[in-house]
Design a binder for this molecule. Structure first.
Ligand code: NAD
Ligand code: UDP
Length: 317
């Protein structure tokens, strides 16, 4: 691997902090840019002090002037409660953030990777989802600020590629979990684990028959780097996720079993436009990147439970 100076926007978040760690340990210099909307300095405190690590407080809706060799654009709230908290800012972050980072990549003539999402498929009619499926998204619903903004960002990436010859990479990330998810960000894996550890009821939205496919963060980070570094000319979009598909009821049962918790299960109303099923077809990633996830859900959950046991314990004491 060639040593480079790499920019990660949203690098103080859950995925970004793991990516920063991996790129640093491979010998690169890493510049993290974040406005701490959903991320935190705690996620990267162990990297501060490393002479190859730099941290800038910056909002990507404003232009940024730095000199780097590659850009991973991750800045965006990712959990439904966070991206719906200030929907206008969510759209601005994803659209203006993409324009600003693409402008930076164009000036520097460096490759740029977009953290897109399985949400571009909306509530999908094709199952599992392949990259050539265009999706079924409600453009005016509560999830639109995220889904449509991520779709526009993909449009911008491909137009910069066609119009300006920019070296782009677009990763469509499916539900990812692991240590450093925020305990209060409302995503299902962190919610269930935190509830189980606190002995509170696990909140299943709807009847729990909806499905998701969960990828452990280390696997995802490997996929993002493989996509950025691929020499096969793969620009994407490429689905990155774990095809193991589970209902939310199955997930709740697994979390109860692995935590040994005696929490009950409580059913709450299903949020509007909540996708009924989601599973990545990862044939493209396997073929062009030689990538596939290796960490099964039970193993990843054990590591995540360990993390939350420690961090909740530390907060309580
Ligand atoms: P996260 O919320 O933990 O991290 C996002 C980071 O972006 C945070 O540190 C936040 O402070 C920062 N940020 C938000 N707005 C910003 C702005 N205007 N300027 C600068 N920084 C800003 O979320 P995550 O799970 O780490 O997700 C990272 C990326 O991956 C996001 O783009 C998300 O859409 C994408 N993604 C994640 C998942 C997943 O399951 N984790 C799934 C699909 C896509
Ligand atoms: N969900 C749930 N209980 C929770 C949080 C989420 O049943 O406490 C459900 C949610 O309705 C969705 C699935 O879990 O069907 C995944 O939700 P998450 O917010 O993690 O991600 P996304 O909907 O963006 O895939």
């Amino acid at each position: 691997m060639v040593v480079m100076r790499i920019l990660i926007t949203g690098g103080a978040g859950f995925v970004g902090s793991h990516l920063a760690e991996r790129l640093l340990s491979a010998g690169n210099e890493v510049v993290v840019v974040d406005n701490y909307f959903t991320g935190s300095k705690d996620n990267i405190s162990h990297l501060i002090g490393n002479p190859r690590f730099e941290l800038l407080r910056h909002d990507v809706t404003f232009p940024l002037y730095v000199e780097v060799d590659a850009i991973y654009n991750l800045a965006s709230p990712a959990s439904p409660i966070h991206y719906q908290h200030d929907p206008v800012q969510t759209t601005k972050t994803n659209v203006m953030g993409a324009i600003n980072m693409l402008g930076l990549a164009k000036r520097l003539r460096v490759p740029i990777l977009q953290a897109s999402t399985s949400e571009v498929y909306g509530d999908p009619e094709v199952h599992p989802q392949t990259e050539d499926y265009w999706g079924k998204v409600n453009p005016i619903g509560p999830r639109a600020c995220y889904d449509e903004a991520k779709r526009v960002a993909e449009t911008l990436f491909f137009d910069y590629h066609r119009q300006h010859g920019l070296a782009i990479r677009v990763a469509r990330i499916f539900n990812t979990y692991g240590p450093r998810m925020a305990a209060d960000d409302g995503r299902v894996v962190s919610n269930f684990i935190v509830q189980a550890l606190r002995g509170e009821p696990l909140t299943i939205y709807g009847d729990g028959s909806q499905t998701r496919s969960f990828c452990y963060v280390d696997d995802l980070v490997g996929g993002l780097i493989a996509l950025m570094e691929n020499t096969a000319g793969e620009v994407g979009p490429v689905n990155l996720g774990n095809p193991g598909e589970f209902t939310m009821l199955e997930l709740a049962e697994k979390v109860l079993e692995l935590t040994g918790s005696s929490s009950s299960i409580e059913h709450l109303p299903l949020p509007q436009d909540d996708p009924k099923q989601r599973q990545p077809d990862i044939s493209r990633a396997k073929k062009s990147l030689g990538w596939e996830p290796t960490i099964p859900l039970s193993e990843g959950l054990v590591k995540t439970i360990e993390y939350f046991s420690k961090s909740l314990g530390a907060r309580a004491s």
